[in-house]
Design a protein around this ligand. Structure first.
Ligand code: FAD
Length: 466
């Protein structure tokens, strides 16, 4: 079999390596750290929560199935405040067949490097330079670069026509914590009996959310993510340099801005036994090219964050990388007599761009921007009518499926009527009345924060907790 070289042992590179080695390919994986180094000496690149389709792709390619090892990410719930302190909308829904999980990417890389070695793959520990990449590409039938947002990504120019931003839209922070229940009892103010992604979206300030997370040690913890609009009230991370400061900053922001969840989180603690369990940073969400050319003229292929970096607001980066691996794996196996030339690489990337990246990047950016009138219409309607909540929140599993109904009013109205059997105008009017009622109630009571009732979950959906 031809030799395929993969640079970068993140979850995307290692998944492709394991898949191809399992299919009989001669795989070389180049990593700047060995498996123990990734597991023990790095931070996870992100929360990397993935939904059902991505979980299925990992399993199809022969990687470990972590479902059942920790709490499932079985629902999504959101509070939306157009201004800090002003309630407008709150709702959630079980994800049912779209449910997924967040597993520490350090554990995935570690497990897959061991699996690759057992499958006979060749693992080389070195930081690949541009010159070395040229050499590797000259020796290999195909070379795939999966070195994340940094690394060798500069070989793949940012596509200005496809990239909406040339500057970071949020300053990001993430910290893992223990001490929050993950048996479905913690967020009963949102979705009793479930372990949801808990979103808090604040117009003008940014977003704050929690995700149930399987730590590399096997312990079920929670990942807290902070997305701060630069200069806004959540933008407090620039001076954070250690886990203690990260935890103190997270705690202060939650107490101040998300007091409705604080009772569930009051016992949380940082993972002092994992000093890498936090991160801060910022990057411009960008689409790069699918192919690059080394100094000696050899074509190479981008993968994962090296191809596209999404803001984490909708939790799509890791999932996109997994689907890309799935599509690339299929294309490699289906290639027949064709060589892995630049034309083939571009064709495979373009197919993935149109089937997944384009819609996912657009979906993610919709939530980075102030909500459009159509976006507000969708949210208001879902606030009014529970039948819209599942279809809306399950679109996180297949973001391109949210278009055109998330962006075009005529299509939005058809979508509302399709799922509710009622006229869109009447559903939206009910949602507006409900939001107004809540605002008046809060004003009268002098309360500034969401006081939405918890969403009732039908008992059949709670079977896993019984
Ligand atoms: C705060 C935050 C939250 C997130 N939450 C989510 C979420 O909930 N859901 C989701 O789907 N996505 C999420 N993401 C995005 C997700 O984490 C990333 O998209 C994903 O982990 C990227 O994986 P990767 O394998 O492409 O790259 P990486 O994880 O960056 O892996 C690249 C690897 O290549 C190695 N490397 C780099 N240069 C070289 C070199 N020259 N030679 C050899 N090796 C090299 C690196 O050390 C690393 O091991 C989040 C991101 C952030 C920042």
């Amino acid at each position: 079999m031809e030799q395929i070289s993969i640079i970068g042992a993140g979850h995307a590179g290692t998944l492709l390596a394991v898949g191809l080695a399992g299919a009989g390919y001669d795989v070389r994986l180049f990593s700047d750290k060995d498996a123990e180094g990734i597991r023990d000496q790095t931070s996870p690149t992100g929360t990397a929560a993935i939904f059902a389709d991505s979980v299925a792709t990992e399993i199809r390619l022969g990687a470990a199935d972590y479902s059942g090892q920790g709490a499932p990410m079985d629902a999504v719930h959101l509070f939306f405040s157009p201004k800090v302190g002003q309630e407008l909308i709150a709702f959630g829904s079980p994800l049912e067949e779209a449910a997924g999980l967040a597993t520490d990417v350090r554990l995935k890389s570690y497990d897959r490097m061991k699996q690759l070695a057992a499958l006979g793959g060749d693992i080389q520990i070195e930081t690949v330079s541009m010159d070395r990449l040229d050499q590797i590409a000259a020796e290999s039938a195909l070379t795939v670069v999966a070195t994340g947002k940094g690394g060798l990504s500069s070989l793949f120019p940012r596509d200005a026509a496809r990239s909406m931003y040339d500057a970071p839209q949020r300053k990001l922070a993430m910290i893992l914590v223990r001490g929050i229940a993950s048996d479905g009892t913690a967020f009963s103010n949102r979705l009793p009996g479930m372990t949801p992604v808990c979103f808090n979206l604040f117009g003008g300030a940014g977003e704050i959310f929690w995700v149930p997370f399987l730590h590399k040690s096997g312990e079920q913890v929670w990942s807290l993510v902070f997305e701060a609009r630069p200069g806004g009230p959540f933008d407090r991370w620039d001076t954070v340099t250690d886990i203690h400061q990260a935890f103190a900053t997270a705690k202060a922001l939650i107490q101040e801005f998300v007091p409705w969840d604080w009772p569930a989180m009051a016992n949380m603690e940082p993972l002092l036994d994992d000093p890498f369990s936090w991160l801060t940073g910022a990057f411009a969400p960008s689409v790069r090219t699918g192919s690059g050319v080394t100094s000696g003229g050899h074509p190479v292929m981008s993968l994962g964050d090296t191809s596209v970096s999404y803001d984490p607001i909708c939790g799509q980066g890791a999932g996109s990388g997994i689907r890309q691996v799935g599509q690339y794996f299929d294309a490699i196996l289906a290639r027949g007599d064709r060589s892995f030339d630049r034309e083939w690489i571009d064709e495979v990337f373009e197919a993935f761009y149109s089937s997944h990246i384009e819609g996912t990047y657009r979906f993610t950016n919709t939530f980075l921007e102030p909500l459009t009138p159509t976006g507000v219409r969708v949210m208001t309607a879902a606030f009014a009518d529970p039948r819209l909540r599942g279809p809306l929140l399950k679109s996180f599993n297949r973001p391109p499926s949210a278009f055109p109904w998330l962006a075009e009013k005529t299509e939005t109205d058809k979508w509302i009527t399709h799922h509710t059997g009622r006229s869109a105008a009447s559903v939206v009017a009910r949602g507006n009345a409900k939001a107004l009622g809540a605002m008046i109630k809060n004003t009268v009571k002098g309360e500034n924060f969401p006081r939405a009732e918890a969403t009732e979950i039908p008992s059949r959906m709670l079977a896993r907790n019984s």
